[in-house]
Design a binder for this molecule. Structure first.
Ligand code: NAG
Ligand code: NAG
Ligand code: NAG
Ligand code: NAG
Length: 364
């Protein structure tokens, strides 16, 4: 069905959005969420150096050195390199990333892909935060850098994608995806990098991923999917970084996060967005946690319309190598969902305190 729609849409190049036929609808839960007026003019504290320090303890008070960096424009700072992070318990069966060759291109091509249990991936590397073991680095002030995730997603590997990954992310473990392009002198990454640092996906991009979020025997172990400015992981996701969750922050989008705390619903997955503009989110609405049945999230970051959409899909054909702009516009314009303006520093979601301790448990 879906590929037929893609073919039909080529007849409508430049026309209005073609309504995709695979957007999930549920009676009791959010399935489409759109953030508008995402970008802004402002500044975030870019990490410029992370002083390693000397064993046995960090005695350098300003080990996390930053400078205020001004950015502006559509999607800013989410037009920077972006990584997507996952916390278990979760199973991930497929991921694909699509990008246009420029902001207004009529086709978004698959630039990265991975299938659970497959021995290959295309321009996609799973990392985790265990630097200092088999890959990456650790320092007394900086803590762990990124490392290449090993096949069971609970430790590091010496090389990227070194073994088959079956897609089972244990409770409490985290992985994040980046491209296969390393940060180096000829292909520089913005800000400070160390250890094993790879580029994320910049400018417009669509992430499609099929996941389940099963219950854990320990109810306090709750799953989450979130996107970060990749600068956060290039320094230290837990430690010295530009995240800040709000004022002076370089960008975070919680795509589907289950919260654990008094009053939190373990069957709900919320969304929130943070940048130097402030924070807002899905408020009293939430996606349904896909406990037993896999679901597919499509997350579009669109420079042209300065918006981000999260849609839950009934299915996705991961073999399709391109999607038309018209279909992407259809996801951005999905009716029957919720639209949240990020035009001002208003906080809509009071599900937790803005500086809450959600997935920052491993602070160094
Ligand atoms: C954008 O990309 C499309 C397809 O590759 C191309 O035809 C078009 O000329 C490009 N536009 C700009 C402004 O570069
Ligand atoms: C794996 O490799 C095969 C053969 O090269 C290719 O057709 C397929 O698309 C690849 N799969 C992924 C997920 O990259
Ligand atoms: C991954 O690392 C963990 C922690 O060191 C280890 O227990 C596990 O066996 C490793 N998995 C693989 C496939 O190497
Ligand atoms: C630098 O990174 C680019 C992109 O990942 C890669 O193509 C190139 O081979 C790298 N160069 C070196 C010297 O590692």
């Amino acid at each position: 069905m879906f590929s037929a729609l893609v073919a039909a849409s080529t007849l409508l190049v430049g026309a209005n959005a073609l309504t995709p036929n695979n957007i999930m609808r549920r009676d009791n839960a959010l399935t489409s969420l759109k953030y508008t007026t995402v970008g802004g003019s402002g500044s975030y504290n870019k990490v410029t150096d992370l002083v390693a320090g000397e064993w046995p303890s960090c005695t350098v008070s300003d080990y996390c050195q930053t400078e205020s960096t001004t950015v502006s424009g559509n999607l800013a700072p989410f037009d920077d390199d972006i990584t997507v992070a996952f916390r278990g318990p979760m199973t991930i069966s497929n991921i694909a990333v699509y990008q246009p060759s420029n902001t207004s291109a009529s086709t978004w091509s698959q630039v990265s892909g991975w299938t659970a249990g497959s021995s290959n991936s295309t321009n996609l590397v799973f990392m985790n935060n265990d630097g200092g073991g088999l890959s990456g680095e650790w320092s007394v002030c900086g803590g762990a850098s990124q490392s290449y995730a090993n096949g069971t997603w609970d430790g590091s590997a010496a090389s990227p994608m070194d073994s088959v990954m079956d897609g089972t992310l244990p409770a409490g473990q985290e992985v994040n995806i980046v491209t296969a392009q390393t940060c180096n002198d000829t292909s520089t990454c913005d800000g400070f990098t160390r250890g094993t640092s790879n580029h994320g996906w910049s400018d417009s991009k669509m992430f499609v991923m099929t996941v389940t979020m099963p219950d854990s025997s320990d109810a306090s172990q709750v799953p989450a999917i979130w996107a970060l400015n990749a600068q956060v992981v290039w320094s230290a996701q837990y430690g010295c970084n530009c995240r800040n969750e709000g004022a002076q922050g370089c960008g975070e989008l919680d795509i589907a996060e289950v919260l654990y705390g008094s009053g939190d619903d373990p069957t709900a997955a919320i969304s929130e967005i943070y940048s130097f503009k402030g924070a807002t989110g899905s408020g009293s609405s939430a996606f349904a946690r896909p406990v037993d049945t896999p679901t597919t999230f499509a997350v579009v970051f669109d420079v042209q319309t300065d918006s981000i959409s999260i849609n839950e899909l009934t299915d996705w054909d991961y073999t399709q190598t391109a999607v038309t702009r018209s279909i992407v516009s259809g996801y951005l314009d999905a009716s029957g969902g919720e639209t949240v303006s990020f035009s001002s520093n208003t906080r809509r979601a009071d599900k937790r305190s803005i500086f809450g301790a959600h997935h920052r448990r491993r602070n160094h």
